[in-house]
Design a protein around this ligand. Structure first.
Ligand code: WTA
Length: 659
């Protein structure tokens, strides 16, 4: 059997950029995009060196650009020194933007608080001074376990200001996950809050920290700095716990940023991963910041009056690069939201776009698909009911966006005016890798289009050889780039084994399958672990899922394989409808209709053998569908795997009917 993947879905709708999108864009037109790509191709080091000198403020200029001598442990701008927080905040104070709004924070209950760059800078300095007063400094590591808040961002920036490496842990994770990360990272400081507020309810955070620190190895944490968010009663350890507001009150507004080497680890972020212990993805300071800032400017086409809103949590890489770092470095005004998209109702996102006149909106396909379903159920929450005329650009991240969800987003949220940047990237890549440029790239719904300038992406077979357009294979990045992962924290072997398998010629292996169509557009076909093998054909699940979602009744779908004696694997589709979940004869009839639909949309080979209907799919806390659990259900077995990372653990029980 060949190692390449068959592509079966055909999508031929093309959306060229409008005149408004091209005019004044950071990268206007495909010729400008190609010029940047050519520059990078001709002289990669010269290209990155130029951008790093132009876009970052250095304390000590670098003289070397890339060191490949210890590949895959690449280093960038190694002898240079800078401070990340200085590049995100101080630069704007000096260029006349001190009073520009940095963050518009909207709380779960709708309360709004805005903060200018000047005031954010002052808060960051006070927190950093407070940390210094407790004896923390460059080389220390801190865990940040905070709700979405100005405080979370200020705390990340304060760490960066001192050269303290942070590791943010999503507030939805349990004390067990927290404990694991505290120990793995060797943190001596933890930031947390008494509680977080989501969907109208307080969810305690401090007790999880207390529990985590009581566990083995937890005693290395000397101080816990607590942000008072809800006023809930908390247990208090006088020797260890400190209120953030009390700490800040005693500090000056000025804290000199500490210059760090380019390679100094800015942060470590754990990726959940489908198997094994989470990997601590280690990022650098200079290379990471350069790409975070550049992609904010190129892909979101940052413009002076923009109000940017990325709905991700700072616990994920998206919230690092496009909330805490890149968008601040680019001097943008951004909305930060504490709550959930469905509270008080599923119109919350649209209402907030209207209220804050958001111009660039960046969210995940899982949110879009669930809001499509919600808009069907309660028409009052349909985006068309709101004034969304402030929008000029939409974005998507985290999973493949099915073409029909793309079209819905384009028509109903963007009113047919706003380009959609479908951005493919990973925790490990630091920033966008495959993505359109809104003022240049003609869009195809469901495609993340092309590699950004300087990124040498490719699609290869298991021997690392290029695969012709039209066939799927391993998505790789052939040359190093400044924002790439530097190591798996404390596990160099795992770093090499996971990302640089020897048979792939030293290329970075993303772990996704993808194909390029005849125009060179990239299409992500799913994780390599999720490939289906049907009658000798290897299929990526994404295409079949997209075909199902293209049916007018379907909101969301996930397909997996179950072993089959004749075809190798049989396709099992888990389908969530926009309306009510059907049963009995009604479900049978609909299953038949969906099978025929897939057969006519993509071909008989992709026809699901079993269809199972439910109300929602099992997802990670960052909204990714957990297909490995569905595989167990598809095989008719009991789920015995750890489901603690599930956002909704009861979800697997509902798929009992097989149609
Ligand atoms: C998937 C999130 C298709 C992909 C930034 C990748 C996507 C994984 C897209 C990384 C996209 C992310 N289209 N798939 N636009 N964006 N993915 O580390 O499988 O949380 O490998 O980083 O999400 O997830 P991570």
């Amino acid at each position: 059997m060949s190692s390449t993947i068959d592509s079966i879905l055909v999508e031929d709708r093309v959306f060229p950029p409008s005149r408004a999108a091209v005019e004044g864009a950071a990268v206007p037109g495909m010729a400008s995009y190609k010029a940047l790509c050519d520059e990078a191709e001709r002289d990669p080091e010269g290209f990155w060196g130029r951008l790093a000198s132009e876009h970052l403020r250095w304390r000590k200029p670098f003289t070397r650009i890339l060191d490949e001598s210890r590949a895959p442990f690449y280093t960038w701008f190694e002898d240079g020194e800078l401070n990340v927080s200085e590049n995100c905040l101080d630069v704007h104070l000096e260029n006349g933007n001190a009073d520009k709004t940095a963050i518009i924070f909207e709380a779960d209950d709708g309360t709004v608080e805005s903060i200018s760059y000047r005031r954010l800078h002052a808060r960051v300095c006070r927190i950093a001074n407070g940390m210094k007063s407790l004896g923390y400094g460059k080389g220390d590591r801190a865990i940040i376990y905070l709700p979405m808040s100005i405080e979370a961002i200020a705390t990340m920036q304060a760490c960066a200001r001192l050269g303290v490496t942070h590791s943010v842990v999503f507030g939805g994770f349990s004390s067990r996950s927290l404990h694991q990360r505290i120990v793995d990272v060797g943190a001596t400081l933890v930031f947390t809050a008494d509680a977080q507020l989501r969907g109208g309810r307080p969810i305690a955070l401090k007790p999880a920290v207390d529990e985590a620190l009581a566990g083995e190895g937890g005693e290395i944490v000397r101080k816990v700095i607590v942000y008072k968010r809800s006023g809930a009663d908390v247990a208090w350890d006088d020797g260890r716990d400190v209120w953030l507001h009390e700490l800040e009150a005693a500090q000056s507004d000025i804290c000199e940023p500490v210059a760090v080497e380019s390679e100094h680890p800015l942060f470590i972020l754990y990726t959940s991963g489908s198997t094994g212990k989470p990997k601590g993805v280690q990022h650098s300071s200079a290379g990471y910041l350069l790409w975070a800032s550049l992609t904010s400017q190129w892909v979101f086409d940052a413009r002076p009056g923009d109000v940017f809103w990325c709905t991700a949590d700072v616990g994920w890489v998206t919230g690092h690069t496009y909330i805490a770092y890149g968008t601040l470095a680019a001097g943008m005004t951004q909305v930060v939201f504490e709550g959930v998209p469905t509270y008080p109702d599923a119109g919350r996102f649209w209402e907030m776009i209207q209220r804050h006149k958001v111009s660039v909106f960046y969210t995940a396909p899982t949110a879009i698909r669930s809001l499509i379903k919600a808009a069907q159920a309660s028409p009052d929450t349909h985006p068309r009911r709101y004034d969304l005329s402030s929008l000029r650009l939409l974005g998507s991240v985290g999973e493949p966006i099915n073409p029909e969800a793309w079209i819905w987003y384009y028509n109903n949220v963007g009113n047919g005016r706003c380009p959609i940047v479908d951005t493919w990237w990973q925790t490990e890549t630091g920033g966008h890798i495959l993505a359109p440029l809104p003022g240049a790239t003609p869009l195809k719904p469901g495609s993340c289009t092309f590699a950004l300038p300087g990124i040498s992406a490719g699609i290869v077979n298991e021997a690392g050889e290029d695969i012709p357009n039209g066939r799927g294979g391993y998505l790789v990045i052939k040359r190093p780039w400044p924002a790439m992962i530097r190591n798996v924290w404390g596990d160099s072997k795992r770093f090499k084994d996971s990302y640089f398998p020897p048979e792939l010629k030293g290329y970075y292996m993303a772990g996704d399958n993808a194909q390029r169509d005849s125009d060179g557009y990239y299409w992500i076909m799913g994780r390599t672990d999720d490939v289906l093998s049907i009658s000798g054909h290897r299929l990526g699940g994404t295409e079949i899922e997209s075909a199902l979602v293209a049916h007018e009744l379907v909101a969301e779908a996930a397909v997996v394989g179950r072993p089959d004696a004749t075809t190798g694997e049989a396709i099992v589709a888990f389908v969530i409808l926009k309306g009510r979940t059907p049963e009995g004869p009604q479900a049978e009839a609909l299953a038949r209709e969906l099978r025929d639909w897939v057969a006519s949309e993509v071909g008989p080979i992709a026809k699901p053998r079993d269809i199972r209907f439910g109300n929602n799919l099992p997802k990670t806390r960052s909204g990714k569908i957990l297909r490995r659990l569905l595989r167990v259900v598809a095989e008719g077995q009991e789920v015995t795997q750890d489901v603690s990372t599930l956002e909704n653990p009861d979800v697997l029980k509902q798929f009992s009917g097989v149609y």
